[in-house]
Design a protein around this ligand. Structure first.
Ligand code: RB5
Length: 165
C-alpha cells in the first residue's frame, strides 16, 4: 500500500520508527519529514502535504504525527474528503477504517509509547472499510455536511467581496 507520512517536531522521532516499520512490511512510503526534531515547525503544513497527497489519490492513506496528534487531526479534517482519526488505542484505529472509512491516522508522539503506536499503525493499515449500508449512510451525511459548509463558505466569501468593492 502507498502511504504518505508527515510529522512536525513534536512527532519526531516516532515518524522515523513508523516509517521503518512500514518499510519492513513492504509498504511504499511518501515521506514528508520532518527529519529534524530540534527545529520548531508547524503541524498544519504537514497535514496539508499528507492530506493533499491522499486527496489526489497518490497515497491510499496518510499518517500524521505531532505532539498530541490533536492539531494534526484538526488541520487534516479541514481538507475536503479527508477523514482523519486521532487514535490512542487499536480498537479505535481498526474501527475508524471499518466503520468510518478514515483515510488519515493521527498519532500523538508525546502521548503514546512507541510499541503502542506501532500496534495502532498496524491496526489502521490492515483494516478495510466494511462497506456496510449503515456506515455508507453515515458517511454520506458527513459528505453532505461538508458540501453544505462549502456552499455557505462560498456565499460568505462572495458577500465579503461584494462589501469590499
Ligand atoms: C508542538 O509543540 C505541538 O503543539 C504540536 O506538535 C501538536 O501537539 C499540536 O497539537
Amino acid at each position: 500500500m502507498r502511504i504518505a507520512i508527515g510529522a512536525d517536531h513534536g512527532g519526531y522521532p516516532l515518524n522515523e520508527r513508523v516509517i521503518q516499520e512500514l518499510d519492513g512490511a513492504d509498504h511504499e512510503i511518501i515521506d514528508f519529514g520532518t527529519h529534524v526534531g530540534s527545529r520548531p515547525d508547524d503541524y498544519p503544513d504537514y497535514a496539508v502535504k499528507v492530506g493533499q497527497t491522499v486527496q489526489r489519490g497518490e497515497a491510499e492513506i496518510g499518517i500524521l504525527i505531532c505532539g498530541s496528534g490533536v492539531g494534526a487531526a484538526v488541520a487534516a479534517n479541514k481538507l475536503q474528503g479527508i477523514r482523519a482519526a486521532l487514535c490512542g488505542d487499536t480498537y479505535s484505529a481498526r474501527q475508524s477504517r471499518e466503520h468510518d472509512d478514515c483515510n488519515v491516522l493521527c498519532l500523538g508522539a508525546r502521548v503514546v509509547g512507541v510499541e503502542l503506536a506501532l500496534e495502532i499503525v498496524r491496526a489502521f493499515v490492515n483494516a478495510r472499510f466494511s462497506g456496510e449500508e449503515r456506515h455508507k449512510r453515515r458517511l454520506k451525511k458527513i459528505a453532505d455536511i461538508e458540501s453544505a459548509e462549502n456552499r455557505s463558505g462560498s456565499a460568505a466569501t462572495a458577500k465579503q467581496n461584494r462589501e469590499r468593492s
